[in-house]
Design a binder for this molecule. Sequence first.
Ligand code: KIV
Length: 271
Amino acid sequence: MLSILDFTKKKRKGEKITMITCYDYTSAVLTGKTGVDCILVGDSLAMTMHGFETTVSATTEMMALHIAAVARGATDKFIIGDMPFLSYRKALSDNMDAVQQIMQAGAHAVKLEGTAGNVGFIRHLVDSGVPVMGHIGLTPQFVHQLGGYRVQGRDDKAAKQLLQDAKALEEAGCFALVMECVPAPLAKKITESVGIATIGIGAGADTDGQVLVFQDLLGLNTEFRPKFVKQYLGGADLVTGAIDSYVEEVKTGVFPDAAYSFDAAKLAQPA
Ligand code: KIV
């Protein structure tokens, strides 16, 4: 299993880091059998697993339930758990309670969105033994504040701010950071300007690693297909095709045949 030290080691060696989101036990077992470096139990589960419109609907309890399932399924993967909307923007003791739930559910690190107002808390977490991954650029929990899902850091001022944010997160003790929907040249510049690993999504090829959402990578989500998503499987067609084959075979009496049925006479025979 990776440790937080490996993120920086990989960056230094120029070895790309791979991350995928994962939200349930079965997917975690499958993901655990792959060469992916780490798993993010992202608050995107509010959308992919629960059908909410935004990640704002994720709660700490929801996150903890999914993290525990993933941790049972992928026992050898480094797991990062997302802190959901506002769970780390309250009184310190409430914030710490939320982090405790996420870590005790089975996460090895937490991820939280944004920089302004988080730096002191990140330091406190790191000093308390909790590894923290930052998240800058398009931070989906800010969707209403940002006015939608838009590429961030488009002008000089915004680009400078993102660079400063990345440095502030490194300074605060983050071991890595996600950069989401940032122009590729800016993501490259930020990656070269910090010592911690950057994991990109919609941030071009020059970040230290990449992350994709499980459902997007497998082509399970047909309604949402942003430019940065590459589908490695036509999952939606495969799944609906398989279910339709099952329906057809049941209706026509093809399934279950003898191969899938118990025969009392054969069961009675000694082994
Ligand atoms: O919640 C999530 O899936 C994320 C990734 C998009 C980075 O934060």
